[in-house]
Design a protein around this ligand. Structure first.
Ligand SMILES: Cc1cc2nc3c(=O)[nH]c(=O)nc-3n(C[C@H](O)[C@H](O)[C@H](O)COP(=O)(O)O)c2cc1C
Length: 387
């Protein structure tokens, strides 16, 4: 059991929609795999996991980043990450043969309560790891804590009974985000690239979303004029922006692209997609539909965006170059699958002159209003408090 704490810190550090990169953005010159291009969002994570011998290619030249992670592979990866400790006894599953590459990892994972079997003598080594299974693994690694059920997902009825408390806990603690339309997608699969990213981010100790404060004080801005400006392609950042608007009694401005982003545009697995092409081009400035008439009225601007390949989408650059922010305070915030805010805001500070930038904060798309209020309260901004 002594590895459990380590596994917990490894896994708990991850906020899911799993799989999207962060420090992975460190330049990778050549991954050594023909199917992992150096500019893929997961290239750094793949390289990191391979270098640490936690994961290996599926052949000498391929990694199969988009293949589903099987349960045997996950057990093996966690076992390797734990240092491949000696294992005695077998896991006793009829579908885990003696002497296979995953026999010892599965026995270790089961003996340490990290991954369970199906209860009928089967482990399902070739079955893909689903999102509800990952929630359960994270939850068990954290000691199976109680969590209030909170708001149901739209597909709550599809969540297996054994995983239901784990999913509640993962949501309440901002550890796993839902997907679009308030779905959890319990049977959705995790890919090898996503799991590589989990492992890397966990090892690099990204911070977990803070647990909601019991009774955070609202911080309405009664005199300071506050604007919450945000870009959101799929609604996650918009959730946080709306929390901020309510907490601060602020004005809300959505940065709307003149040409909306389609699903194909947002496909980060396609290096030719619009988002990827814009990301590679430092001069890309996607046009914004409409403009703000009264930017000069605002003293504090909360600026929200989704992390795209570790950075701000280029439309944020368009926004920053569209107005005079001198003398104004800019407070960045972002949502992401798992990446931290990293250098994303710092890298666009230079587009404004004379503005004061505060350190930013990353949230999961489903972060609670309490969690956002707790962050706002800790900013030290001289915003007027509620009476
Ligand atoms: C093109 C693209 C690139 C992305 N890159 C990352 C990334 O590097 N790291 C990450 O954690 N999430 C990444 N994501 C996931 C988004 O940051 C995440 O889903 C975010 O919450 C979306 O916010 P929105 O709904 O406001 O658009 C990416 C998403 C897209 C579409």
């Amino acid at each position: 059991m002594k590895n459990l704490k380590r596994i917990a810190s490894l896994l708990l550090a991850v906020v899911l929609c799993i799989g999207l990169s962060a420090p992975a953005m460190a330049a990778v010159e050549d991954t050594g795999f023909s199917d992992v291009s150096a500019d893929a969002w997961y290239a750094g994570a793949v390289q990191y996991c391979v270098e640490n011998e936690w994961m290996s290619g599926t052949s000498a030249t391929t990694f199969e980043p988009d293949s589903a992670m099987s349960r045997a592979m996950l057990a093996t990866v966690l076992y390797r990450e734990a240092g491949s400790p000696a294992v005695t006894g077998s896991a006793g599953f009829t579908d885990v043969p003696d002497g296979s590459w995953y026999t010892e990892p599965v026995a270790w994972a089961v003996q340490n309560g990290v991954v369970g079997g199906y209860g009928d003598g089967l482990f399902g080594p070739d079955d893909p790891v689903t999102r509800e299974q990952i929630a359960a693994i994270l939850w068990r690694a954290a000691g199976s804590p109680d969590a209030e059920a909170g708001q149901d997902y739209a597909d709550e009825n599809l969540i297996a009974a054994y995983a239901a408390p784990a999913v509640d806990w993962a949501r309440a603690n901002g550890i796993m985000s839902g997907k679009e339309n308030n779905r959890f997608d319990p049977q959705g699969n995790a890919t090898r690239a996503e799991v590589a990213t989990i492992l890397m981010n966990g090892a690099q100790e990204e911070t977990v979303e803070p647990a909601p404060a019991p009774d955070p004080e609202p911080v309405p801005a009664e005199e300071t004029e506050v604007l919450v400006a945000y870009f959101s392609a799929t609604g996650n950042t918009e959730n946080i922006a709306e929390h901020l608007q309510a907490i601060l009694d602020a004005d809300l401005y959505e940065i709307v692209p003149q040409e909306p982003y389609t699903s194909a545009d947002l496909d980060y697995t396609d290096s030719d997609s619009r988002s990827q092409a814009e990301g590679r081009d430092p001069d890309a400035r996607p046009a914004i539909s409409g403009s703000m008439e009264n930017m000069e009225d605002y003293e504090v601007i909360f600026l929200g965006y989704p992390i795209w390949n570790g950075q701000t989408p280029r439309i944020i650059s368009t926004f920053l170059e569209s107005y005079d922010f001198s003398g104004k305070t800019i407070v960045p915030f972002c949502t992401s699958g798992s990446s931290g805010i990293g250098s994303s805001a710092r890298n666009v500070e230079g587009l404004t002159s004379g503005a004061i930038w505060l350190d930013g904060q990353r949230f999961s798309g489903s972060a609670s209003r309490d969690a956002v209020a707790q962050w706002v309260n800790g900013l030290g901004l001289e915003l007027d408090q509620a009476a």
